[in-house]
Design a protein around this ligand. Structure first.
Ligand SMILES: Nc1ncnc2c1ncn2[C@@H]1O[C@H](COP(=O)(O)OP(=O)(O)OP(=O)(O)O)[C@@H](O)[C@H]1O
Ligand SMILES: [Mg+2]
Length: 641
């Protein structure tokens, strides 16, 4: 018998091949972690065998992130407002700290029934208890439950089931370990016991996410509404200097109040770092405008002609240091300074030092090699000689001449004329050892024949006395030589003027401060100002986009160290690693700074820190904006552009 062979079914060409639609990634492929592991004692870890429990989760952005979850058990009988704030602000170094607060309302009828039941039980215990001490304890419990019962029955309080969980995480294993230890220690003394969710780290992590369907978590505590309110992150702005200005809002809408002179801070200095165009100058203008009504005087050194609208808005002078302007300042101006013991003297040493720095800088423009040790000492002597010739000494009276001035004698005397650069040049020319240096200084004097370079060879045309604010613009000066010089001269001048009165709080703003870091004298001088400012009641404020340029020189680091307040606006990706290290930022903070919108930043004021947005009124915005499109539309308050 023959069996009929079944004809072979015609197969589709390429039947073994998977469907072309199967390979496409769906949402699960995008969301799913690349690795999910729970590690326990004895299992392999980045540092040999593990001795603890944690979870390891990978993603498309990072190979693995280590998580350790904790249940927060509130051990103290009472709660207090903001008791979890330090968990929310996550001030534990570089690692991240996430918090999950689950609040589930309890059914009031069931709660009242439960309470009545418990009270009845305790009353029975009380009747039977013979020991009088224990009787008192039971009585207290009954009283507490009765109070609760009454509050819930009349609707004064509601009962909630509350679960608080925290998770420390980092991609760096050492950082992660440090953070876990710190977290537990920090809370132990605050009536909050952080219990690690050992043997169930993954489960605990899952419970912190919205994916977990369970409403009442495994670890919970019952709480009344007022206690729950104490746990919520109201007002965790982290910066509430009550005596300060309103800087803006934090992400939860709370006010951020800031005072550079806040008593807990080491000094009053400020640095503002950030990428160009993301709000450094805007923030400095905001601080200046809001500080003026508090009696804080501000001098601004403006390299870009950005502060004119602000000064016009405040009704304060805007001095243009430019060949075609009539405004002039003399680098030889010297003023009074108040010593620690309250005595007032002429700041002659400071003036000599600053003039010397300007002169050295001018000479270096053309030949950095001319200034050997001997030349430096001789120039210093010549500067001193000029003051001596005018009989200017430490004595405040020596700044004035007592002379006939018309029909009456001036009792206080008329201010003496100060030396000028031409006079110094004249002395240097006659000193054989300084011939070469004098030649190089000449272009900066009137004799040099270049008016644009001789703008500092003159008497001052302006006095800053008692002004709430004033600004110098060096925008019209040439970028290479005169602008950095102008920045320095103007800062020095403001410093001398502000030294006089230690009772008044003052701020000197140096925007684009990186320009002063490129020569050793100016960098050293600025750093010195930051170091000495506190004694003069001055808050030095440096703004810069050149983070790397600024910190490349040791003086930049010195300025940073001597600044209690640091404002960080949006950062360049290339700078972020250095910024993170210098300011001890967490990964979350660093991530925020990479994508921060205009006006958003992080402020670190010694131990306090917060994310903030510099919120302004419409009028303030018109004073502060430097966006050319805004200025065109607004027409410029003071014809600034
Ligand atoms: N807090 C803010 N609210 C509204 N707008 C803002 C805020 N901060 C900045 N801006 C807008 O961004 C523009 C640029 O800001 P700003 O001039 O302060 O930048 P910058 O950091 O000083 O830049 P550069 O380094 O170039 O000087 C402002 O002119 C303004 O229009
Ligand atoms: Mg700016």
């Amino acid at each position: 018998m023959f069996k009929l062979k079944k004809p072979k079914q015609e197969s589709l060409p390429g039947r073994e091949q998977p469907s072309v639609f199967k390979g496409a990634a769906d949402w699960k492929d995008v969301l799913a972690p690349s690795v999910v592991r729970e590690i326990g004692p004895g299992m392999p870890s980045p540092k040999g065998k593990s001795d603890a429990y944690w979870a390891e989760i990978g993603s498309t952005r990072e190979i693995a992130r280590y998580f350790r979850c904790f249940y927060a058990a509130i051990t103290s009988g009472t709660t207090y407002a903001g008791m979890l704030n330090s968990l929310y602000t996550g001030d534990f170094g570089e690692a991240d700290c996430d918090v999950a607060l689950h609040v589930v309302p309890a059914d009031p009828t069931r709660t009242v029934w439960d309470l009545e039941h418990k009270i009845a039980q305790l009353e029975a215990d009380y009747a039977e208890e013979k020991n009088s001490a224990r009787k008192q304890i039971v009585l207290h419990q009954i009283e507490e439950l009765r109070r609760r019962h009454a509050a819930i029955r009349i609707g004064d309080q509601k009962l909630f089931f509350v679960s608080v969980q925290a998770a420390a995480s980092s991609t760096d294993f050492d950082v992660f370990k440090r953070c876990c230890n710190l977290l537990v220690k920090r809370f132990a003394g605050k009536g909050i016991h952080l219990r690690a969710a050992d043997t169930r780290q993954l489960q605990a992590l899952f419970e912190m996410t919205p994916l977990d369907a369970k409403t009442v978590k495994d670890a919970f505590r019952d709480m009344e509404s007022s206690n729950v309110a104490d746990l919520l992150p109201f007002g965790t702005g982290g910066l509430r200097h009550r005596t300060g200005i309103v800087l803006g809002m934090d992400p939860s809408g709370g006010l951020v109040l800031y005072n550079s002179w806040y008593s807990a801070m080491g000094n009053y200095n400020v640095v503002v770092f950030g990428r160009a165009g993301f709000g450094k100058s805007f923030l400095i203008k905001l601080m200046t405008a809001r500080s003026a009504p508090l009696g804080i005087r501000t001098a601004v050194i403006d390299p870009e002609r950005e502060y004119e609208n602000l000064m016009v808005g405040l009704g304060c002078p805007y001095i243009k240091l430019h060949p075609s302007s009539k405004d002039r300042i003399n680098i030889f101006d010297v003023d009074l300074v108040e010593e620690d013991d309250g005595t007032v003297k002429v700041d002659l040493d400071g003036a000599v030092q600053a003039v010397q720095a300007v002169v050295f800088r001018m000479i270096r423009v053309y030949d950095p090699g001319v200034l050997n040790g001997q030349a430096k000492v001789l120039i210093q002597e010549k500067i001193k000689e000029l003051y001596t010739k005018r009989n200017i000494t430490d004595d405040p009276g020596s700044l004035c001449e007592t002379s006939w001035d018309g029909p009456a004698i001036r009792v206080a005397g008329k201010p003496k004329k100060m030396p000028t650069l031409s006079e110094l040049h004249f002395l240097m020319e006659r000193e054989p050892e300084l011939q070469k240096a004098a030649q190089l200084l000449k272009p900066f004097t009137k004799k040099g024949g270049v008016p644009a370079q001789a703008i500092f060879d003159c008497e001052s045309t302006f006095d800053a006395k008692d002004l709430p604010a004033f600004a110098f613009s060096v925008a019209g000066l040439d970028e290479e030589i005169m602008k950095p010089l102008g920045l320095f001269v103007a800062t020095k001048w403001a410093w001398e003027k502000f030294g006089r009165d230690r009772k008044t709080r003052k701020r000197i703003v140096v925007d684009e401060a990186q320009m002063m870091m490129d020569t050793p004298e100016t960098a050293r001088w600025l750093e010195d100002c930051f170091r000495r400012a506190r004694k003069r009641n001055i808050s030095m404020c440096a703004g810069t986009q050149g983070f790397e340029v600024f910190l490349r020189v040791p003086q930049g680091l010195g300025i940073l160290k001597n600044s209690s307040t640091k404002f960080l606006m949006r950062q360049e990706p290339i700078d972020i690693a250095a910024v993170r290290e210098k300011f001890n930022l967490s990964e979350g903070e660093a991530g925020f700074l990479l994508s921060a919108q205009k006006g958003w930043g992080i402020v670190k004021a010694d131990n306090d820190a917060t994310i903030f947005y510099g919120k302004t009124t419409d009028e303030e915005y018109r004073w502060f904006t430097s966006d050319p499109n805004d200025l065109r539309l607004l027409g410029g308050v003071g014809n600034a552009v």
